[in-house]
Design a binder for this molecule. Structure first.
Ligand SMILES: *Cc1c(COP(=O)(O)O)cnc(C)c1O
Length: 405
């Protein structure tokens, strides 16, 4: 089936529904499942424990759940991947990739303890890699230093593009070329498969916080990994052992959100393009970071790697912390809250909130200043959004004037 993305979004993962005589995917809440025979049960356990996507019996819902698996199939098609694996959160999905590297070490009997990563990156991913919990040695480098930093010990290269929170762009194909035969993990949360397909550019893993655009309505915590069959089996083995499974109700909601993903992403992006220009022209603002805008995209990644800029905008307030704080709390429509990718618009202060967990050195090198604000633009009418934001920026400017007295 070689349908367009919009058609996949509506139909993928629903192949069995017609035969079942239903229109909406059945919601299977069973935690345990009957076996047909002892032989079938035994074989099913063996297959699932080795990482098979499904078996004759689902056995137990930490091993397999059909509602979750339907969404995994749909998600994988969207990403152009062989397979997709769903988790209880984005961080659980990212952690499972790091742990799957250990599964490969055990299979091959080769110890590899080094990860190369590029900042800025999602605050918790940064902290997970930096804090030592997983036991990897991590080198943080600029994208052009990746090849020079790789050693025989390197197990993975980690990038995020557009990166949270500064919308910094990384050239995926170039990173893949530098990485050679080392797998590359791309956090594709900000772009979504509507705008960017990392696996087509040679990445091994495309990971998502499904909590953001894929869920789209701010009511489902979830994570996804798209990858090839071999890595998918390792990641399923990790999920069976560590149990960070996605709940079937969450999978149902994600699947329900999928048909509108392209509509939501493109509408929010259309709004964001208009707002980025208006924000840049406001006297309270000294710089705007938005893919493809101004000098935010020196190597023409938008149009080449990404179909469009997406709908998250970061900007620097001239008055620093005080005027950023004043602006964040002066809005009526933009909710002062972390997260992104919801139908409604959100505004937040990365240094104080999402990236507070990142070390000061990490924040400095990632450009996460005290005056930086991040807005995640929703699908409301853009005139209303600008009216709201302009009023809030005016308040920020007033704070700035006070500050200077
Ligand atoms: C939110 C987010 C995550 C973490 O996902 P959770 O679902 O909150 O665990 C990872 N990466 C990016 C880019 C995110 O925005």
């Amino acid at each position: 089936m070689d349908y367009h993305l919009q058609t996949q979004a509506v139909h993928a993962g629903r192949d069995d529904l017609r035969d079942l005589g239903v229109h909406a995917p059945p919601l299977d809440f069973s935690t345990t499942h009957p076996v047909r025979s002892l032989a079938s049960g035994r074989d099913s356990i063996d297959q699932l424990a080795e990482g098979a996507a499904s078996a004759d019996s689902a056995i137990y819902s930490r091993l397999h759940n059909q509602t979750v698996h339907r969404y995994e199939v749909a998600f994988a098609r969207m990403e152009g991947a062989d397979d997709g694996i769903a988790f209880a959160s984005g961080m659980a999905a990212i952690t499972a990739v790091f742990q799957a590297l250990r599964v490969r070490e055990m299979e091959e009997g080769v110890h590899r303890n080094h990860i190369v990563a590029v900042r800025p990156i999602y605050g918790c991913t940064d902290h997970l890699l930096s804090c030592g919990l997983l036991g990897y040695d991590v080198d943080w480098v600029e994208p052009d230093q990746i090849a020079a930093t790789i050693t025989e010990q390197t197990a993975l290269v980690v990038i995020e593009t557009p990166a949270n929170p500064t919308l910094h762009l990384v050239d995926i194909a170039d990173v893949v070329r530098q990485a050679g035969n080392i797998p590359v993990m791309v956090d594709n949360t900000f772009a979504t498969p509507v705008l960017q397909l990392p696996l087509a550019l040679g990445a091994t893993f495309s990971v998502h916080s499904g909590t953001k655009y894929l869920g789209g309505h701010g009511d489902v915590l979830s994570g996804l990994v798209a990858t090839d069959k071999t890595w998918a089996a390792r990641i399923r083995q990790v999920r069976i052992l560590t149990g960070a499974n996605l709940h079937p109700m969450a999978a149902y909601l994600l699947h329900r959100s999928l048909p509108t993903l392209p509509l939501r992403v493109l509408k929010a992006q259309e709004n964001a393009v208009i707002l980025a220009g208006k924000i840049a022209a406001h006297p309270a603002v000294s710089a705007v970071y938005f893919p493809g805008f101004g000098d935010s995209d020196p190597t023409d990644i938008v149009g080449r790697q990404m179909k469009g800029p997406g709908s998250v905008i970061a900007f620097e307030m001239k008055g620093g912390f005080d005027s950023a704080g004043r602006t964040m709390l002066a809005t009526e429509l933009f909710l002062p809250a972390v997260s992104l990718g919801t139908t409604d618009s959100l505004i937040e202060h990365p240094a104080g909130l999402t990236h507070r967990i990142v070390s000061e050195e990490g924040r400095d090198s990632g450009g996460i200043t005290e005056g930086l604000l991040r807005v995640a633009v929703g699908i409301e009418h853009v005139d209303d959004l600008w009216k709201d934001l302009e009023h809030a920026l005016d308040q920020g400017l007033a704070a700035n004037a006070l500050f200077r007295l």
